[in-house]
Design a protein around this ligand. Structure first.
Ligand SMILES: NC(=O)c1ccc[n+]([C@@H]2O[C@H](COP(=O)([O-])OP(=O)(O)OC[C@H]3O[C@@H](n4cnc5c(N)ncnc54)[C@H](O)[C@@H]3O)[C@@H](O)[C@H]2O)c1
Length: 335
């Protein structure tokens, strides 16, 4: 069992951790009802297993439609109503069991229902394991934009059983892998080298990735400075997602975004020029980008705070070389 500590809670990681869920949850929660929020795909695959793994508790499932649309305000309200109708009380426990969509919505509900109730994350997608379940950010989308409403909500514990990832489609796996590659690029050359020749991550790779985010979040929990490093590739990534009306997957969008950032860094003499092909080849290998690559010009008008960009520039994350990154302010992009 690998135990990573954050200020307020632990992240526990082991293959077959599911066999210990019951005792682990009993350590910090002493009621007998648990409210599990999940989505239909995860429910179909794991309802029996998760139920069998928690014999000490009476479980109430709330099953969401899979996909980003479930992170809506309407769904927030509907889910809360359904939990209240099922009898949820202030001292009960909500588990977010699924990918990032489930975790973000369940966490936001746990952070706001009755002004906050017990919460545990059991992430099942690679993206949720290495990224969204770490760092306590939760939230929902509005029509005006994604993740506009949310709270920081610490879980009591994050329980990670990498064997859940075995049922993930290659497309979803690679979507999460894009964030792993991002974290390696900003902070960990060894991780980058470790994952170069593999299709599947080892537990060690997963732990290294979580550790990168965990350490950054520990130093800057509320995204005032250092946490911005995690936005590497995301400035243009978001622009690409917006331009495509969110038809391009997040992992794909940030992969093109990372290559644009490297290109821009090279142009400005910040980034070593010989890493471009190495990163590109890895992203091509995992079907995250393909040639011809996207050029930044089409996306300039979709950059956040576009007007500000023209005058005072953006905060932008560059990498110097693999594993070393920096934030620059006042960065301006021209056609
Ligand atoms: N809170 C944060 O800090 C943070 C960070 C990054 C991303 N996010 C959010 O995370 C969300 C994306 O997360 P995601 O990529 O996990 O999306 P998701 O939750 O939609 O999951 C992706 C797909 O994989 C399926 N799935 C999940 N686990 C599975 C399993 N074990 N086997 C088979 N299928 C499985 C889901 O049903 C879904 O169809 C976005 O809403 C994003 O805003 C949040």
């Amino acid at each position: 069992l690998i135990k990573l500590k954050t200020k307020n809670y632990n992240i526990l990681i082991a293959d077959n951790l599911i066999n210990n869920f019951d005792e682990l949850i009993k350590k910090s929660y002493h009621k007998d009802k648990i409210f599990i929020i999940t989505d239909q795909n995860v429910f179909n695959l794991y309802e029996k297993k998760i139920t069998k793994s928690l014999p000490s508790f009476k479980l109430y499932f709330h099953v969401l439609k899979p996909g980003e649309t479930s992170k809506s305000f309407l769904n927030y309200q509907e889910t809360i109503n359904s939990l209240i109708n099922k009898g949820i009380k202030k001292d009960h426990l909500i588990i977010g069991f699924g990918g990032g969509v489930v975790g973000d919505l369940a966490g936001f509900i746990a952070g706001t229902l009755y002004r906050g109730i017990n919460f545990i994350q059991i992430p099942t997608s690679l993206l949720a394991v290495v990224d969204s379940s770490i760092g306590s950010k939760t939230g929902i989308d509005l029509e005006l934009g994604k993740n506009l409403v949310g709270v920081y909500k610490d879980p009591k514990v994050v329980l990670i059983d990498p064997l859940f990832l075995n049922t993930l489609s290659t497309k979803e796996y690679n979507n999460g892998l894009a964030e792993v590659i991002k974290m390696a690029l900003i902070r960990d050359k060894t991780l980058f080298n470790n994952i170069k020749d593999k299709n599947k991550l080892t537990i060690d790779d997963i732990v290294r990735t979580i550790n990168i985010k965990r350490k950054i979040v520990r130093k800057d929990p509320f995204e005032k400075n250092l946490r911005m490093l995690l936005n590497f590739g995301h400035t243009f990534g978001h622009a690409i997602e917006l331009e495509s009306n969110f038809n391009v997957k997040h992992g794909v969008a940030i992969s093109y975004g990372m290559l644009i950032s490297i290109e821009e860094g090279i142009k400005r003499g910040i980034t070593k020029h010989d890493i471009y092909d190495e990163v590109k080849d890895l992203l091509i290998k995992h079907n995250l980008v393909k040639e011809p690559l996207l050029s930044k010009d089409k996306y300039l008008k979709y950059l956040k705070h576009d007007k500000k960009n023209l005058s005072s520039g953006l905060n932008f994350v560059f990498i110097k070389e693999i594993g070393k990154s920096l934030i620059k302010s006042g960065v301006i992009f021209n056609d």
